[in-house]
Ligand binder design. Structure first.
Ligand code: CMC
Length: 424
């Protein structure tokens, strides 16, 4: 690959303005009119779509869903209300909320045949592996909606939001060898999730409301985050007209990576690896020396360059949880706070604008709730399903939607001829 400064290039980009945030250069006719493409791997300077769902100002640490600040949603709504808001654009009235809750609760149960899928997995399979495969397999059960007709979008969205928690809970029960717990339609969303994870035949379980509320807050804070990697994966797959279950399975696969949703699990593994406060400086030296594969997990964000508002909310939630559970300060928390204190005062992190992100604290809360580390990313997937389906519907309802098909800068061999094998 060679690089040179382009002095003579001229193209009048139309400028598009949203309701908030930076304006964008419309380059849709660029290739057609100039014969050149833009190069932006990682999409650092490229808006791939228009969206009305979520707004982020990374410099100011602002996150809005349909115009509402995340702080207000976390304090004054529950996950089901937030999911409704993402899907339909407005917060529900009491009547709309009751109907939505009832309908969603009635969709929680899985087709009994789906239980057979689990037996095909090894007992030590990662819950995300089971979730990816089983969510895609839902398309084999709901062939009534595979054509993605507008009247089916809403039904698919509701089915996914309702059934992903049931699949995730079954995946967990399967890996620990306990019987699956059928969802309880009478329970609110987060209480039902705790019930499916922790109840056992012969040992009834009643979730503590403060803990259910803490889980619910984690779900609200993870419900959507505009065009992140997993949502973009859902949009990319959806742009081909693929069915909603396959699209969400693609989102789950993208979320699994440690740079994205897998970070909450990786943060706890990092705390284990550091072990104690005295080892923090040595660990940070390895991070700053960019030793292969060593990053400060739970730090940094492509968009937030000041602070992640979700991390602040979760720090407060963590204290509520340990007070409710009467837990002494967890040694992990001490380590986390010390690590955070040292890192945010360190030039390496200051210069690169790296701050704690949502995953720095979410893992600590999930751990305190008794949720095993291997389930952390699955909890994120449960929450993000509301965002994924909202983006999927927004995209396929747009009459101007085109299949997503990026271009490339080719740096391989120039054209050549195949030689007979004995001459190669
Ligand atoms: N630890 C050490 N250095 C870092 C980190 C980190 N966590 N994050 C970024 N950097 C450095 C990076 O090495 C680069 O340095 P230099 O300029 O010297 O080459 C600079 O900061 C810019 O990094 P980048 O990789 O270009 O940033 P990005 O926007 O592509 O990556 C990120 C964003 C979230 C993938 C990255 O910050 C990261 O890997 N963080 C750790 C994983 C993590 O916590 N992910 C959860 C994200 S929040 C939940 C979600 O939305 O999924």
């Amino acid at each position: 690959m060679t690089k040179e400064k382009c002095e003579s290039f001229s193209f009048a980009f139309p400028v598009m303005h949203g309701t908030m945030g930076p304006s964008v250069l419309d380059q849709r006719r660029l290739a057609q009119e100039t014969g050149m493409f833009t190069f932006d791997p990682g999409f650092g300077s490229t808006a791939a779509c228009e969206s009305k769902i979520t707004f982020i100002d990374g410099e100011k640490g602002i996150l809005l869903h349909r115009g509402y600040p995340i702080e207000q949603l976390a304090l004054h709504t529950d996950y089901t209300e937030t999911a409704y808001l993402l899907l339909y654009g407005e917060l529900p009235t009491k009547e709309q909320y009751d109907v939505f809750c009832e309908d969603m609760a009635s969709q929680r149960l899985l087709n009994e045949q789906i239980r057979n899928f689990f037996n095909g997995f090894r007992r030590d399979a990662h819950p995300m592996a089971i979730l990816c495969g089983t969510v895609a397999a839902l398309s084999a059960f709901y062939s009534d909606v595979l054509q993605t007709k507008p009247c089916h979008h809403d039904l698919s969205a509701r089915r996914l939001i309702a059934k992903v928690p049931t699949i995730a809970a079954c995946a967990y029960k399967y890996t620990i060898g306990e019987p699956f717990i059928y969802p309880d339609e009478t329970l609110p969303f987060s209480e039902n999730l705790l019930y499916m994870l922790f109840s056992r035949p012969g040992r009834p379980y009643k979730a503590d409301p403060v803990l259910a509320r803490a889980l619910d807050r984690i779900l609200i804070l993870h419900a959507d985050h505009e065009q992140n990697a997993s949502t973009s994966a859902v949009r990319l797959v959806g742009s081909t007209g693929s069915n909603p279950f396959a699209c969400i399975s693609a989102g789950i696969a993208a979320l699994w990576g440690p740079s994205h949703g897998g970070a909450n699990e990786a943060v706890l593994a990092m705390f284990d690896q550091i072990g104690s406060r005295e080892n923090i400086p040595a660990f940070l030296e390895r991070v700053k020396n960019k030793e292969s594969g060593v990053r400060l997990m739970g730090f940094g964000h492509r968009v937030y360059r000041n602070f992640d508002p979700r991390a602040k909310l979760l720090q407060a939630t963590y204290h509520e949880v340990i007070d409710t559970l009467g837990l002494k300060r967890d040694p992990c928390l001490d380590l986390a706070m010390e690590l955070e204190r040292i890192a945010i005062e360190d030039d390496y992190f200051i210069q690169r604008k790296l701050y704690p992100n949502v995953d720095f604290y979410s893992g600590l809360i999930l751990k305190a709730l008794g949720i095993p580390t291997s389930m952390f990313t699955a909890i994120f997937a449960i929450a993000r399903t509301a965002g994924w389906v909202s983006h999927w519907i927004e995209m396929i309802s747009n009459p101007t939607m085109r299949i997503a098909r990026p271009r490339q800068l080719y740096t391989g061999k120039i054209q050549r001829d195949v030689l007979p094998m004995e001459e190669r």
